[in-house]
Design a protein around this ligand. Structure first.
Ligand SMILES: [Zn+2]
Length: 622
């Protein structure tokens, strides 16, 4: 191949050259839909046809969701495989169709396919761009390149359309918001790469170990080369970057070498894809529930050693994180609830650790998920050293921040509707690197707007909705106005956290009420919040006072016996604030007391964040 993996050759690399015409010898759109319907009709226990959305020309975007007990939502990891987001990459949808067919038809006969069907919920969308496949065009019916139309790291003049402007893009995005996929594949042609994220930046993904564990066997089995995407060529507004960057999905582009030789390509790719799905069972799983009601929660789970979120599936509260074997610290938080952190979580060499979490109501709300990011320009320099990622702006203030770059913009879902009340409703926290950076803030109640201006930020700034006449919001959009040179240290707003502030008077009442509900155990938290904040952060010596929190994080894995040895002071726990912290620091935020340091909340949340924060910008050029 002529594609050279070096910075100098990147611009030449693309999967753009195509000879194939999907009209000749390839499965038609109508036949592809019919095949999925036939598979579902033959095994209704294993497969259901779903329509994700409708294309520009009115065609259904159809997928097959495959799992045992099809149609029943089970607490299983979910995965998604798509083909031909570039419509004329015909072999991409042939392979995806082959995966769907093999999972259903080989169930009970092939042990790997059977395990995948039994233990995962897999959605296969063979034709992600039906209009393009029917017309044998790369783009959709409006000639938009859908693989440059996703709202994550969208760049004006480089990406395609406007962010999420196309119905096909929104269909895939919205399905991903409903289903927290742990892993996925986006099939393209024609080259021979297993192309890992990131595609927008030369910086390595924080889950590189997990991505390699999932996809290096695939590459070895096909004799393909593994690349971190940007180092082949950069893409902005790309599907797999979007899914990893906003949802934590370990999603990967696979470039099938040829649009011809279907039997050969199916034989090469289908078994490797199914083996990858089987490997995605490795890691950590559990359920997040409300400690009072037992209801499943929409929650975010952070592994401190990766510092990228995964999300629960809200209907059952189950979460799944692919992790290589090791020992991790895990923090869990849900809107309206206090976070819980547990260190010493051991992911075994084979299989999963199970960790259930019951969160106490109360605490403060913060940015929950990233929904869109605009980058002001392409990253062309392989020495680019802004190692922050947008999800660094989520959660409580912790000293880690996402640097927007000059003119950059981020949209964040607070996951709760914030209504206007007396005083400020939001506090936007600037990171330590940018105390005087400036930005503009807008609000929306829906993911794609419309957006209403809320005001401007100078460093850490409180925002009063009433000042702009805004009644309510769920999404905030923050755009840098501080200028400076792209990629240079100190330029661009450093966004640490977006915090939701309760009404001034209702704050204390709410916390006290929560304490009453818990039998009074949390009332002390309110009273001693400020003095204890630092102790929680440093040593957690007062953790034993939080008796209810002993129950807030239960290890039901059964393998390691941690659940019965949570006594603070146990060897090895002294440095991280206690193995279990149900978020006593939550009321220790002092966010409305005006005195406590904003960062005090963080350390029970991310026991391992300090070292990471110190390292995150060390490679920045000056
Ligand atoms: Zn392509």
């Amino acid at each position: 191949m002529v594609w050279l993996v070096s910075a100098g050759a990147r611009a030449a690399g693309d999967d753009r050259p195509k000879a194939a015409n999907c009209s000749f010898g390839f499965t038609s759109y109508a036949d592809a839909v019919a095949l999925l319907e036939t598979l579902a009709a033959g095994r209704p226990d294993l497969a259901r046809v779903e329509t994700l959305g409708t294309t520009v020309e009115g065609r259904a975007i159809v997928g097959l969701r495959i799992s045992d007990h099809a149609g029943t939502n089970e607490a299983e990891p979910e995965a998604r495989i798509i083909g031909a987001i570039h419509g004329n990459e015909c072999m991409a949808y042939e392979v995806a169709l082959g995966i769907a067919r093999t999972l259903v038809e080989d169930y009970g006969a092939d042990p790997t396919a059977t395990a995948v069907v039994d233990e995962l919920e897999t959605l296969v969308v063979p034709m992600a761009n039906p209009d393009g496949s029917v017309a044998s065009t790369r783009g959709n019916a409006r000639d938009v390149d859908l693989n440059r139309n996703f709202p994550f790291m969208w760049v004006e003049g480089v990406s395609s359309g406007l962010p999420a402007s196309e119905p096909e893009t929104r269909a895939l995005r919205d399905d991903g918001l409903r289903h927290p996929y742990v892993a996925g594949i986006s099939y393209h042609t024609a080259s021979n790469y297993v192309n890992l994220v990131w595609n927008y930046t030369p910086v390595a993904p924080r889950h590189e170990a997990e991505l390699r564990a999932l996809f290096e066997p695939y590459a070895a089995g096909t004799s393909y080369e593994v690349v971190l995407g940007w180092h082949w060529y950069s893409v902005y507004g790309e599907y797999t970057d979007h899914n990893y960057g906003t949802r934590g999905t370990l999603d990967t582009i696979i470039e099938i070498q040829s649009d011809y030789g279907r039997t050969t390509q199916l034989g090469l790719h289908v078994p490797r894809a199914i083996a990858m799905l089987a490997a995605a069972r490795q890691g950590l799983e559990g359920r997040v529930t409300d400690a009072v009601t037992g209801a499943p929660l929409r929650a975010v789970v952070w592994v401190a050693e990766r510092l990228a979120p995964v999300y629960t599936e809200p209907e059952l509260g189950d979460f799944h994180a692919v992790l290589v074997p090791g020992t991790y610290a895990v923090s869990v938080w849900a809107p309206g609830h206090r976070p819980a952190t547990r260190s010493g979580v051991v992911v075994p060499a084979v299989g999963r650790e199970h960790l259930d979490v019951a969160l106490e109501p109360g605490g403060s709300d913060f940015g929950f998920a990233v929904t869109a990011v605009r980058l002001p320009r392409e990253i062309r320099d392989d020495r680019y050293a802004n190692t922050s990622v947008p999800t660094d702006a989520l959660g409580p203030p912790d000293g880690r921040a996402y640097n927007l770059e000059p003119g950059g913009e981020i949209s964040i879902d607070l996951a709760v509707e914030v209504a206007d009340h007396e005083g400020a409703e939001l506090r936007v926290h600037a990171g330590p690197a940018g105390p005087t950076d400036t930005a503009d803030v807008e609000a929306a109640t829906a993911i794609d707007g419309p957006w209403t201006p809320l005001g401007s930020l100078v460093g850490t700034t409180e925002i009063d909705l009433g000042a702009s006449g805004t009644a309510a919001l769920r999404f905030v959009r923050i755009a840098d106005t501080s200028g400076g040179r792209f990629g240079s240290a100190g330029a661009g707003y450093d966004l640490d956290s977006v915090e939701v502030l309760p009404p001034p008077a209702a704050d204390a009442d709410a916390d006290a009420d929560a304490g009453d509900d818990d039998g009074g155990g949390d009332i002390e938290d309110v009273g001693d919040a400020e003095p204890d904040a630092a102790a929680d952060a440093d040593g957690g010596e007062d953790v034993p006072a939080d008796a209810p929190t002993d129950e807030s994080l239960e290890d039901t894995g059964g393998g390691d016996g941690d659940a019965v040895s949570d006594a603070p002071g146990e060897a090895g726990e002294a440095t991280d604030g206690g193995e279990v912290d149900g978020g006593g620091g939550g009321s220790g935020c002092g966010c409305n007391a005006g005195g406590a340091a904003p960062g005090a909340w963080a350390w029970p949340w991310f026991p391992a964040a300090a070292a990471f924060a110190a390292a995150s910008f060390r490679r920045r050029r000056t």
